[in-house]
Ligand binder design. Sequence first.
Ligand SMILES: [Fe+2]
Ligand SMILES: [Fe+2]
Length: 473
Amino acid sequence: MKKPSIETITVKYLVNFLLVLAVILLIVTAFNFRALSKSSTENQAMAYAELVRAGLTAHMKAGVMDKRDYYMDEIKQLRQIKKLRVIRSDEVIKQFGAGRDDEQGADAFTKQVFESRQPLFDSQEWRFQPVIRAIIPYIASSKGSLNCLGCHKVAEGVVLGVVDIELDVTEDRNHSLYVLVGMIMLSLLFMVLIALNTMRTIHTHVRVPLETLIDHTREAYQKHIPVSLDQFKTEEFVNVANEINLFNADIIAHQDLLKDKNRELAALNSEIEHTLRETVYTMGVIEEQRSKETHNHTKRVTLYSQLLAEKMGLPKDDVDLVTAASPLHDIGKLGIPDEVLLKPGRFTDEEHQVMQNHTRIGFTMLNHSSRDLLKMAGLIALQHHEKWDGSGYPQGLEGEEIHIFGRIVALADVFDALYSERIYKEAWHIDKVVSWINEQRGMHFDPALVDIFLENIDAFVAINDSYPSDLST
Ligand SMILES: [Fe+2]
Ligand SMILES: [Fe+2]
């Protein structure tokens, strides 16, 4: 699963934080705004009540109380006032009578104000058309310019009546809501701007230098050059690039050391391999010397085998293996008694059987090894006298039952025996050799190998010429 980027995580946390902050600020602001708005409306209601009280007092003093309806009606026309009435106290009713119909009939709220002598406000702000009802006491006082006691025969501080006023606050409520929505929009805009600015900052100062650092680190590692510090504008990236350079230098030094060690190991391995092949070849030469075999026989059989394997298209490893293993094809002769091995003239049947046993002896000498080279040399030693038609020895294998290396060395060995001079015979003429080997196609030899031999007679002759059998040495 793809992991989120630094930008995504930072912006996500930032937006979450700003959202919570904005919600808290908006809630606090909304409550304060509501309290301010309520207080303002209550003050307005108080002002209207004062106006009513002052007007009525003025009417009374002027002795035109019968004209107060006109005044009250005019006041009611003022903006926001939905209802307005003045309720008389029992003291006033006693002195001046019940007055107009709407000046009587105190409900629970007005009674509460008569008793408490404190203004009372009832807000119904959640209605579609919100209203606030203000009930304000009209208290008799001799203080100030409006001396009530000049007209009213009551004690100081008696509640003469209450002004019951209901104001429509729809406009105030709507105005508050508009301001609140405006603040929300402004907050959202502010959050978007902060988020965009943060993304831009992270992109410029984190993402871009980070990608540059990754690219240059890769290049530095591949080309063995340090990461340039000048391209980074922040201290942190310069420090990281510096650390990478130190780390890279360390790795490169270790790599060079490892390469040197590997070269040493490869050289050592090659030396061991070479020594082993030389040793194997020398064992073949030792056998050649003891058997009084024709000089260079081992060398030539090795080269013929290599030639046949290559021309047959065997993999390089197999070509190398048969080339390295073929010198030991007659190693078993080391186990044949001198009187048989070195006997001049013809063998008796019994001697012939002893001689043939060099195949099994060679196999036994080499097969115990866990090395491919010696194990394969053992197999070649065992099978190099087998014949394609099954008439060979020691097992009488036929066709592809004989390992391809056995078939190759069989042809190489016989070719060398025929084409080189021996103590008991002259070297055959090449035409005779070719003719005889061709006759043995599918009998003694693998037909495919005979075909390869026939196509490469010149190369076989060239090898023979390069490593002649010098009977005098
Ligand atoms: Fe042999
Ligand atoms: Fe041989």
